[in-house]
Write a protein that binds this ligand. Sequence first.
Ligand SMILES: C[S@@+](CC[C@H](N)C(=O)[O-])C[C@H]1O[C@@H](n2cnc3c(N)ncnc32)[C@H](O)[C@@H]1O
Length: 209
Amino acid sequence: MAEADFETYFHERASRFSSFYKSEKVARLLGRGPMYDRLEAAVYTAQALGVTSVLDVGCGSGPLFAPLAGQGIRVTGFDPADNMVAMAKREAAKFPGLVDVRQHGWEDLEDVDSYDLAMALGVFDYVDDAAGLLSRMGRAANHVVASFPAPGIRLELRKIRYGARGVVVHPYRATDFAGLAARAGMKEAGRYPLGQAGFVVHFTRPSVD
Ligand SMILES: C[S@@+](CC[C@H](N)C(=O)[O-])C[C@H]1O[C@@H](n2cnc3c(N)ncnc32)[C@H](O)[C@@H]1O
């Protein structure tokens, strides 16, 4: 039930959520700076790894498309929410032949060794089976980059806001990632703090140096 509410929540709020990407300055004034910080950390990791293909899990309106496709990186984004997919398709059309958008949830991700890197920004926050999601991403790509929210007053407020719509928000501490990685058959390879807001974590398969 909670996972269906997660999809519905963002379907109904797609325009409002994506509007934070219109102006970084305004978003930061409104306390949404971590949305930009996590994008930057994810794109930085893609560049540092020299990847040529990325899977964008829960791509939303497609804020990762321009920074990745602009560097010639092929992107496949997917999201189950109708309104998010409509916006993502419009964004993808700006990068002909480089960005593909699909409509489904992570539960239907069956790709194996299909991408260099799988990303999920703002998704683990709402997923009950985090190890299930991470292991599917780790099956699709050698490298995984994902954001996680930290506990704190902002998260408590978000829990109340989202909880009223049946969406559960999961906080993570720095000490949680090694265990999560192990449950998913992955290992933690790096971590970038997002101030007090949370973390962007880089996971790899155990066989990757
Ligand atoms: C907080 S938004 C983040 C969107 C985008 N990644 C970003 O950084 O702007 C979470 C996204 O996860 C999507 N979502 C909901 N249920 C999902 C599922 N089962 N699998 C994958 N994504 C899902 C929502 O529709 C929404 O677009």
